[in-house]
Design a protein around this ligand. Structure first.
Ligand code: 8YV
Length: 307
């Protein structure tokens, strides 16, 4: 009998092909015991779900962020959790930069306007954005993705500030990134990019108090997790123009309710969690997540193990 793997179906054809029929994928609604769990989107994996399957051998996540999985519960039960770090840093940093440029130079608004019936005469005084080159970039979270963002910023002649739990000496030397306090970064950056993982410490990391410290011309870019930002506080800050704009690849909740006030605003760009969404990166993630799954099912070492 093939091992049963609980998965938030459908998974991509690439994943199915890599699994090669070695396992039986069962849908999230399945209530019986399973041998493994494969999380493709971000379905919640809690202790109760784990306890439904006393013989659970592995939890494999397609992606690096594992905030939807109760790691303490997995650890306490000796269930290995696998993820896919180091494969999506470039793609996610590209996306952060795409959002940064789009928000600074009003790309999405411009596209909407250029297609609309209102664009009948060119006017050099309209849709002035903010300079990207020579501006100051602030990165919260100087991990693998933050580092890639800093690398790109160098090409734009930006001054790079960062704040992190720990100082990253290597990034300071190699990327000429300057470590500053949270408050200093908030007060001085023209663009603020969030790349940190969602943990109990980073939940609501950017709230009312933080938004109040930002420049009125500042632009916030989030490619981390929606919940590192307080959605209500951000909505208010954008409505009242406390900050200039935001570009969000992730939201809390995700997706936002279709009638959410954020969706009505001109000064926000929202993309549907596309950070790692390239053919190449998603294939690499599929390969590693399937390897983690199959290794765990055989009781072997995972390629990347979180706990
Ligand atoms: C993925 C991500 O799109 O790796 C992560 O943490 O957020 C993204 O790269 C996602 O995990 C796949 O559902």
């Amino acid at each position: 009998m093939r091992p049963k793997v609980l998965a938030d179906l459908p998974v991509s054809p690439v994943v199915v092909e890599l699994l090669g029929g070695k396992v039986e994928l069962v849908p999230w609604e399945y209530r019986g015991p399973v041998d493994a769990i494969y999380t493709y989107g971000h379905p919640i994996v809690d202790a109760a779900l784990m306890d439904r399957s006393p013989g659970l051998k592995v939890i494999s996540n397609f992606g690096v962020g594992v905030d939807h999985i109760d790691l303490n519960a997995a650890n306490a039960r000796g269930i290995p959790v696998g993820n896919t770090p180091g494969l999506l840093d470039g793609a996610t940093a590209d996306m952060a930069f795409a959002l940064l440029l789009a928000a600074g130079r009003r790309l999405v608004e411009g596209d909407r306007y250029a297609r609309s019936p209102h664009f009948t005469r060119y006017d050099p005084s309209f849709m002035l954005g903010r300079e990207v080159h020579s501006s100051t970039l602030g990165i919260f979270g100087m991990g693998r993705i933050g580092r890639q963002v800093a690398l790109r910023a160098a090409g734009f002649g930006m001054k790079v500030l960062y704040h992190n739990r720990n100082r990253n000496d290597e990034a300071e030397v190699a990327l000429k990134a300057t470590y500053v306090t949270k408050d200093e970064l908030l007060a001085t950056a023209d663009y603020i990019v969030l790349t940190m993982p969602l943990t109990p410490e980073t939940r609501g990391y950017i709230g009312r108090a933080e938004l109040a410290k930002m420049k009125p011309t500042a632009i916030l870019i989030n490619v981390a997790r929606g919940a590192v930002v307080d959605t209500d506080a951000l909505t208010e800050a954008l409505q009242t123009r406390r900050i200039l704009a935001a570009a969000l690849d992730v939201t809390d909740p995700e997706p936002l309710p279709r009638d959410h006030p954020l969706l009505q605003l001109e000064n926000v760009i929202i993309t549907p969690h596309l950070g790692s969404a390239t053919e190449e990166t998603r294939r690499r993630m599929a390969v590693v997540s399937v390897q983690n799954l199959l290794a765990g099912l055989e009781g072997g070492e995972l390629l990347h193990r979180v706990v």
